[in-house]
Write a protein that binds this ligand. Structure first.
Ligand code: ADP
Ligand code: MG
Length: 311
C-alpha cells in the first residue's frame, strides 16, 4: 500500500500540491484526473522523488521513501510518460533492458524478460527487438515505453498521460492492454490523465484534483452518483452520466435468473453496450453468456434502466 500524507510542493509563493493525503491499495489502478496545471504531474513525481516534496511524506508498504537514495527508489518504480522517453540510439530490446541492466540481472534473464514483454505487448521479438525507436509507429513506441517501465517487474508503475498522443482507436487498444497487463502482473498503477472518460475506464479509484488539492478520491460510480464538489460534476460531464454509469458495470455482474432469451450478450460486455444492443434489436431482455458458452442468467431492459438511475 502507498500512503501519501499531507504531501505539499511549493514553488515560490505557490503551492502547486497542497497537503494531499490519500492511500492507494496494492494491485489497484488509481487515476489522478484534473485540468492542466492542477498539480497532477507534480504529485505523481513526488512518489518516485523526481520532485522532492516541500513537506509531507510518502510511505510504500510502511517505508518512508525519503529514507532511501532517490536513484535506488526509482529503479524499483516504473515510470512511463506521454512522450515515451525512449533512447533514440538504442534498439527496442536495449531500451526495455535498461533497468534490469542497472540492477545487474544476468544476461539470460534480461533476454527472457525482454522477449516476454515484447510478446505481451504484441511486438514481434525478432522483427521489433533490433529496431530503433524511430522505425516504429507512435502506438508501438508507446507500448515499448510501457514495456520498459515494467521490465524490472516493479510492484508500482507511475504513468503520466501515457496515451495522450495516441489516436482514439490505438488509444482504446492501449487502455485494454494496460488493463490486461495489470491483471496479469498485479501491478499497482497510478496514472495521470486530463480525460475523465479514460479515468472512468481505467480507474478502480479516481482522484479529482483542482488547484493542488484532491477534491474527491473514490470509485468512479461514487464520483458520478455522489460528487463531493460541483467541479467533480462538471468534470464528469452531465450530458451522458447515466450511460457512463452503465459503462462501469458488466452484464455478468447484473445478470439474474430467468427464462432463456433469444438475444444473447457476453458476460464481459458493459451495460452500456447491452442497452445499445437491446435498443437496436428491439428485444426486452438478453441472456448473458459466460466465456464457456454457459448461461449466467439474463438482463432485462427494466433492470438496466433502474441501474442507470442516480440512486
Ligand atoms: P498538471 O500535471 O496537472 O498539468 P503540474 O504538476 O505539471 O500540473 O504543474 C502544476 C503547477 O505547478 C503549474 O502551475 C506549473 O506551472 C507549476 N510548476 C510545475 N513545475 C514547476 C517548477 N519546476 N517550477 C515552478 N513551477 C512549477
Ligand atoms: Mg502534467
Amino acid at each position: 500500500m502507498i500512503s501519501i500524507e499531507a504531501l505539499t510542493k511549493q514553488y515560490g509563493a505557490m503551492r502547486v500540491v497542497d497537503e494531499v493525503s490519500m492511500s492507494i491499495e496494492s494491485g489497484s489502478i488509481t487515476v489522478i484526473v484534473g485540468t492542466s496545471g492542477s498539480g497532477k504531474s507534480t504529485l505523481l513525481r513526488m512518489i518516485n522523488r523526481l520532485v522532492e516534496p516541500t513537506s509531507g511524506r510518502v510511505l510504500i508498504d510502511g517505508n518512508d521513501t525519503a529514507s532511501m537514495p532517490a536513484h535506488l527508489l526509482r529503479r524499483r518504480i516504473g515510470y512511463a510518460i506521454q512522450s515515451n522517453g525512449l533512447f533514440p540510439h538504442r534498439t527496442v530490446a536495449e531500451n526495455i533492458a535498461t533497468v534490469p541492466r542497472l540492477l545487474g540481472w544476468e544476461k539470460a534473464r534480461i533476454a527472457a524478460r525482454v522477449e516476454e514483454l515484447l510478446r505481451v505487448f504484441q511486438l514481434d521479438p525478432v522483427a521489433c527487438g533490433s529496431k530503433f525507436p524511430h522505425q516504429l509507429s507512435g502506438g508501438e513506441q508507446q507500448r515499448v515505453g510501457v514495456a520498459r517501465a515494467l521490465a524490472a517487474e516493479p510492484a508500482l508503475l507511475l504513468m503520466d498521460e501515457p496515451f495522450g498522443a495516441l489516436d482514439p482507436v490505438i488509444r482504446s487498444k492501449a487502455q485494454d492492454d494496460l488493463l490486461d497487463i495489470q491483471r496479469r502482473f498485479g501491478t499497482t498503477i497510478v496514472l495521470v490523465t486530463h480525460d475523465m472518460d479514460e479515468a472512468f475506464r481505467l480507474g478502480d479509484r479516481v482522484a479529482v484534483m483542482r488547484q493542488g488539492r484532491v477534491l474527491q478520491h473514490d470509485r468512479p460510480g461514487v464520483l458520478l452518483t455522489r460528487p463531493a464538489d460541483p467541479f467533480v460534476t462538471r468534470l464528469s460531464g452531465t450530458a451522458d452520466r447515466a450511460l457512463k454509469l452503465l459503462s462501469l458495470t458488466t452484464a455478468g455482474e447484473l445478470a439474474e435468473p430467468g427464462p432463456r432469451e433469444s438475444r444473447t450478450v457476453a458476460a464481459g460486455a458493459s451495460l452500456r453496450e447491452v442497452l445499445s444492443d437491446l435498443i437496436w434489436s428491439g428485444a426486452e431482455a438478453a441472456t448473458v453468456l459466460n466465456p464457456d458458452g454457459t448461461s449466467a442468467g439474463r438482463v432485462s431492459l427494466a433492470r438496466l434502466l433502474a441501474h442507470g438511475r442516480q440512486s
